[in-house]
Design a binder for this molecule. Structure first.
Ligand SMILES: *Cc1c(COP(=O)(O)O)cnc(C)c1O
Length: 361
């Protein structure tokens, strides 16, 4: 059945190996594998849970972590909630998740209370915002960070596990030695204040991994949280390929339902398309147009690259995608399957869509 998202488990595992070689062997960091861009796909999580280089499985949603809590229950691996917890999910958080990233003392107090009720100790990564301006206590509020750390340290059912930061998400700020050093200095000060070492200083996501192969990662950073660099092999700071990783561990396959020769320019007065945009068209004369049974409900059309380099994506609507196959050596026919490599947004959407079947090779 099509459309389908095909996971090549061998390639995916090789990508984990490649990321681990850099992060762990070269960088001396522990590795959190981020499962959100594949919606914590069960088969992928089984592979990650069995992989000796994976130290933590991380996701932004408790719902996703719940799905794989059983896989790591009796192992050394721990689960991490990346998004700051909602007040409404504290009970489930404490029940299913080992570690969570936090910046709000009121939330941490609620976690402490719930953990006491459940007879548990929940671990906290206190987030520091280095200027990307999404989550975390702003780095210039040093006393607030230190006071929050002290307050956590004084609670009995939460443990201050470390500090963490997130970059290149909202503000698109690139991690560098200088901004990550601010986090490291803060970690030194927190350690001084609480009188012990922190377990983790987490230096960011897939945009930080390049610092290791550039030899520019501050010494004290000892953890990275990696999603896109593992799943898609992308360094997200400068768009390089993670050495040893591939971009096509996952592909999208869709089937041709119509193949007709028609003009490239629509005929009549141009209004708005199905999504309210006024489209622009290029006149290519009469072309061979293939329609695929997949659309914007299932994928992000701009985030797809055809494996057949002679295929050109013209556009699409909710349930259809239109290709120009005029210049293809391959003689496409109705029923043929066209394959695409995905960018992050397209992968996220395909993994989320219940209309996209999942297949494993
Ligand atoms: C999504 C996310 C990550 C992983 O990001 P990638 O770019 O996929 O590596 C890490 N940390 C946080 C807080 C996130 O939200």
């Amino acid at each position: 059945m099509y459309p389908k998202l095909v996971y090549n488990m061998e390639k995916l595992k090789a990508n984990v190996d490649a990321a681990a070689k850099i992060t762990k062997d070269d960088g001396g960091c522990s590795m959190m594998c981020v499962t959100k861009c594949v919606c914590a796909d069960r088969k992928v999580c089984e592979m990650l849970a069995a992989h000796p280089s994976v130290d933590f499985l991380a996701d932004s949603r408790v719902d996703n972590i719940k799905k794989y809590a059983d896989l790591i229950k009796d192992t050394e691996k721990q689960s991490v909630l990346l998004r700051l917890p909602m007040m409404s999910e504290i009970k489930e958080l404490v029940e299913y998740v080992d570690i969570s990233q936090n910046s709000e003392l009121v939330t941490i107090e609620a976690i402490n209370e719930e953990a006491a009720k459940q007879g548990k100790v929940h671990k906290i990564l206190l987030m520091v915002d280095l200027g990307d301006l999404r989550e975390g206590i702003f780095f210039k509020e040093e006393e607030k960070i230190l006071k929050t750390a002290e307050a956590i340290e004084a609670m009995s059912n939460v443990e201050l596990y470390g500090l963490s930061t997130n970059l290149t998400c909202y503000g698109a700020i690139i991690p560098k030695n200088d901004n990550l050093s601010v986090l490291c200095n803060m970690a030194d000060k927190v350690e001084e204040r609480i009188g012990r070492k922190l377990t983790v200083v987490s230096g960011g996501n897939s945009s930080s991994i390049y610092l290791i192969w550039k030899g520019d990662m501050p010494e004290k950073i000892n953890n990275l949280r990696l999603g896109e660099s593992i799943m898609l092999g992308n360094d997200t700071a400068y768009g390089e390929t993670v050495p040893g990783a591939v971009h096509d561990a996952m592909t999208l396959q869709a089937q041709i339902i119509e193949l007709q020769e028609k003009p490239s320019l629509p005929i009549g007065e141009v209004g708005k398309d199905a999504f309210g945009n006024v489209p622009e068209y290029e006149d290519r004369g009469i072309i061979k147009r293939a329609i695929l049974a997949v659309g914007k409900q299932d994928i992000d059309i701009d985030g797809l690259t055809p494996v057949d380099g002679q295929v050109d994506i013209l556009g699409g609507s909710s349930d259809h995608m239109i290709l120009d196959v005029t210049n293809c050596d391959k003689e496409y026919r109705v029923g043929d399957v066209v394959e695409f490599v995905l960018e992050y947004g397209a992968l996220l959407k395909a993994a989320t869509s219940e209309y996209v079947k999942k297949d494993y090779i």
